[in-house]
Ligand binder design. Structure first.
Ligand code: BF8
Length: 624
């Protein structure tokens, strides 16, 4: 008998896993088990299938081959594989950012139905930052100009991407010395792919430096643009309450879920489901109304701006259908497991793909473009409503009631909460009421008990007076555990509790989706500038306790390269190279003044982070 408590700490997940077993549905955990033992060469980074002289592998015990057919040794193999992970991750975030710039441009041209400029102040500020501001032109014209300027960041005309200038002078100086300032967003990803082709860059240090440059083109480029343009078009988030877990689904409503990452699709879906005509149509089919909820980062985007409830994170995306009440899942791209198609077949759920970049066999594809998104959203919602009558009563089970969670902590919202400047936060850090801040970010991974890594780590940090900022799937875990509501201050240490009390904020703040890690960078940069130090001097850390994706590797690289010590819960495929492992865990400190640690146990990870923050405080002469 399986004990599903070993799989997830969440009651809703455990109940759905039991039901999956009864319903004969295979889940990600089943497939993970069937894959055991997973390939040891790949785990160590010692396999290579870059060219057709291979595939090759290197024997980690020194008995078999020590070089690939081309002559690549363990260092080259590990570095090339890792670099390609960074390139794929950066490409994903940055292509998402590009899609938003395209919408911004079309809004400027008056060709994007349903979209508008919601944050004119941000548009104006960004236009000034990009040096394209003119005060005698229309908002639309300005949007077009900014979009065109941002497009140049993607290309090869510039020597450095624009928003890298947000970093403090000391960090920029260091990056200049190391020659890792990104020149163009696409350029760096292409160059990483070029360098990792057989027989190009055969020096592992050089490959890793390019990986850093590539990741910075994501953090301060594609992702930062993604966040800023989303705010311009859809509004900059403000703190508000919402709900989370499978209990957000409603038995008497048509349940529609959005899954993926890009708010360009989900915002139009929101528009359609709130249309009284569509709600009236749902009533004609016997439903009380339409219930829209989110999954993964598109869910985060909608929750941040519209307080749309969140059904679950990465490992909940199959389980959500097992409730038997989901009429439709509308996906855009990234983190959408192909298995969703198989699970949907066991229930009445209809899947809809919306991006030419992310198609699925036998799934209805409704292509969204800025010009037609609104009308396409209506088409899908109508079909979802029609599907309500296909629901099978005997298959329905919603295992929990939803819990409250607080959302909407954009940089602007954090500044607002602080009364307009970072000073109160700086004072609290100096006084030791807040010992430091940690970004807890990233995914779920069946290798780690679902949500355990996030929740245990966050609990330990806040009880030690460390403010937590969450993004991505970490946010959902924290929200479900009740850590993102103001009442969670009771779980915080006395200093953090006092600050939460006076500001009315939770000790763990939802700052958005994974591209919104750029918001964490902006805060770190602003703090360093205000104190006239480097980011690496600050009592900060990053953590990705349950990461799985290549995007997370890119994030880890740009966070470390920004000077923030980063703890990973899952070992990246580097152990096959002694040189690279030593560099990642220690040597990087001499180069970037920050490094990585790997610790799957969140309690031990919290101890490592607390000690790191102590050391940073001592170095700054602050009380510990
Ligand atoms: O971009 S945290 S599983 S949903 S990769 Fe994916 Fe990881 Fe979730 Fe968002 Ni980020």
């Amino acid at each position: 008998m399986k004990d599903f408590k070993d799989f997830s700490i969440c009651y809703d997940a455990q109940e759905m896993l039991k039901k999956a077993e009864n319903d004969g549905v295979e889940t990600v955990w089943d497939r993970h088990e069937k894959q055991q033992p997973q390939c040891g060469y790949c785990e160590l980074g010692l396999s290579c299938r870059i060219c057709s002289m291979g595939p090759c592998r290197i024997d980690p015990f020194g008995e078999g081959p020590q070089k690939g057919v081309c002559g690549a040794d363990a260092d080259i193999m590990v570095a090339r594989n890792l670099a390609r992970m960074v390139a794929a991750g950066s490409a994903s975030h940055s292509d998402h950012g590009r899609d938003l710039v395209e919408v911004l441009y079309k809004v400027g041209c008056g060709k994007a139905q349903g979209y508008e400029i919601r944050d004119v102040e941000k548009l104006t500020n960004l236009a000034k930052e990009y040096n394209v501001y003119e005060d005698n032109i229309s908002i639309q014209e300005l949007a077009k100009k900014l979009a065109l300027a941002m497009m140049e960041d993607f290309g090869m005309k510039k020597e450095r991407i624009t928003l890298i200038n947000r970093a403090p002078a000391k960090r920029i100086e260091l990056w200049e010395k190391l020659k890792v300032i990104p020149r163009g967003i696409d350029r760096e990803t292409t160059e990483t792919m070029h360098r990792t082709h057989m027989g190009v860059d055969n020096d592992y240090v050089s490959l890793l430096l390019q990986s850093v440059r590539n990741s910075l083109s994501d953090g301060y480029g594609g992702s930062m643009i993604g966040t800023e343009v989303s705010d311009i078009i859809f509004g900059t988030p403000k703190p508000a309450m919402s709900t989370v877990n499978l209990g957000v689904l409603k038995e008497d409503h048509v349940n529609i879920l959005v899954h993926g990452h890009n708010p360009v699709v989900s915002e139009m879906v929101y528009l359609a489901v709130t249309d009284p005509e569509m709600i009236a149509y749902a009533r004609t089919k016997g439903a009380e109304g339409i219930n829209l909820a989110g999954l993964c980062c598109t869910g985060n985007e909608l929750m941040m701006r519209k307080q749309i409830p969140m059904a679950g994170n990465h490992l909940m995306t199959e389980l959500v259908m097992i409730t038997g009440v989901v009429e439709a899942i509308i996906v855009d791209y990234q983190c959408i497991m192909p298995s969703l198609v198989d699970v949907a077949k066991c229930y009445h759920t209809k899947l809809f793909s919306t991006s030419d970049k992310a198609k699925f066999p036998n799934v209805k594809h409704v292509e969204f473009s800025p010009e037609t998104a609104k009308e396409k959203a209506y088409t899908i919602i109508k079909e979802a409503i029609d599907n309500f009558t296909n629901r099978k009563k005997q298959k329905v089970k919603i295992p929990v009631f939803p819990v409250k969670t607080m959302t909407g902590f954009s940089v602007e919202a954090i500044l607002d909460a602080l009364g307009g400047s970072l000073d109160p936060l700086i004072d609290a850090i100096k006084a030791g009421k807040i010992k430091g801040a940690v970004g807890v970010v990233g995914c779920n991974n069946p290798k780690i008990k679902h949500d355990y890594g996030h929740v245990e780590l966050i609990k330990r940090l806040i009880e030690n007076d460390i403010l937590v900022l969450t993004t991505g799937c970490a946010n959902v875990a924290a929200g479900k555990a009740g850590l993102q509501i103001p009442e969670a201050k009771e779980l915080a240490g006395p200093g953090l509790k006092e600050i939460c009390n006076s500001l009315g904020i939770p000790p763990s703040l939802h700052v958005g989706s994974c591209v919104d890690n750029s918001r964490i960078l902006v805060i770190a940069c602003a703090l360093a500038k205000a104190l006239n130090v480097d980011i690496s001097d600050l009592p900060l850390a990053g953590a990705a306790p349950e990461w799985y994706s290549e995007k997370a590797v890119a994030i880890g690289f740009y966070v470390m390269a920004s000077g923030i010590f980063t703890v990973l819960g899952v070992m990246p495929p580097i152990l096959g190279s002694k040189n690279i492992t030593e560099l990642a865990l220690k040597g990087l400190n001499d180069v970037f003044k920050a490094s990585f640690a790997v610790e799957p146990d969140p309690i031990k990870a919290s101890e490592i982070i607390i000690e790191h923050i102590k050391q940073k405080r001592v170095a700054l002469g602050l009380p510990i």
